[in-house]
Design a protein around this ligand. Structure first.
Ligand code: ZN
Ligand code: ZN
Length: 253
């Protein structure tokens, strides 16, 4: 199994996951044109995408989703709440699942959605199992619940949100209502919350920890790195931060 981010942050999110002959796209927060141009940078085209999985209906996760699905005939998997939030009507390309439901299989990948506290209709995040490797993704979550901790055990790698530094958010350019939204229990994980989560997970055998959805205005890379180093120095050595403005390397598990 391998993973590549096409971009991560409030300006757009899209992540590719590949195992054997199956390629999944998790979220499509870029216009189709932008997605195509980012795919071209890693020598891929959108025609390689077998399915699109959505986490929730916020613009930074669905901007190009409908166009991608129509243009390339890509089936979309989403909770009922997310597809309603997108104002999409049922069509043959739309597959529904329950955020807290059981796993389902797309090609060679077993997909398990789990619920997260976020200000969307029926948001979820995922863990994936393929080729005996397990990858977790957690972004867009206002706090860490015991359910999330249970879902993220036994991984080989984790993509984890480090959205903001509390002080930078408080002193930053966001108006008070937006600060409350982002910092609230249905907003985004701050550096300390994510570090606390790491302390509750067995990360000894992880190959990678991948920092995601890092705010360009309310966070700084060195603060994120410090937070991870404080948890475990060896984890700091396996840590990489995703970019907003371009694709990452392939992370091979
Ligand atoms: Zn987001
Ligand atoms: Zn969101």
């Amino acid at each position: 199994m391998k993973l590549l981010s096409l971009g991560s942050g409030s300006g757009g999110n899209a992540t590719l996951l590949q195992s054997g002959g199956t390629t999944l796209l998790i979220d499509c927060g870029f216009s189709l044109r932008e997605l195509e141009s980012r795919l071209a940078k890693v020598d891929l085209t959108a025609s390689c995408i077998d399915a699109l999985l959505l986490t929730h209906e916020h613009g930074d996760h669905i901007k190009g989703a409908a166009t991608l699905s129509r243009r390339y005939n890509v089936p979309v998997w989403a909770t009922t709440g997310t597809s309603r939030g997108c104002k999409w009507h049922q069509d043959s390309q739309l597959h529904h699942f329950h955020a807290n439901g059981s796993s389902f299989r797309i090609g060679e990948v077993e997909v398990t959605p789990f619920t997260v506290p976020h200000d969307a209709a029926e948001p979820c995040q995922y863990h994936f199992l393929a080729n005996q490797k397990r990858l977790g993704i957690l972004t867009d979550s206002g706090c860490v619940t015991s359910h999330i901790i249970a879902q993220l055990q036994g991984l080989d790698a984790l993509v984890l949100e480090f959205n903001h530094d509390i002080k930078m958010l408080q002193q930053g350019p966001y108006p008070p209502f937006l600060q409350r939204r982002v910092g609230g229990n249905h907003g985004h994980l701050n550096n300390h919350q994510s570090a606390d989560l790491l302390r509750q997970l067995d990360h000894q055998r992880w190959k990678y920890l991948i920092g995601a959805h890092v705010s360009e205005k309310n966070n700084a890379e060195h603060l994120v790195r410090d937070a991870v180093q404080d948890v475990d120095r060896s984890l700091g050595a396996r840590f990489q931060i995703l970019e907003q403005h371009g694709p990452s390397q392939w992370f091979v598990l």
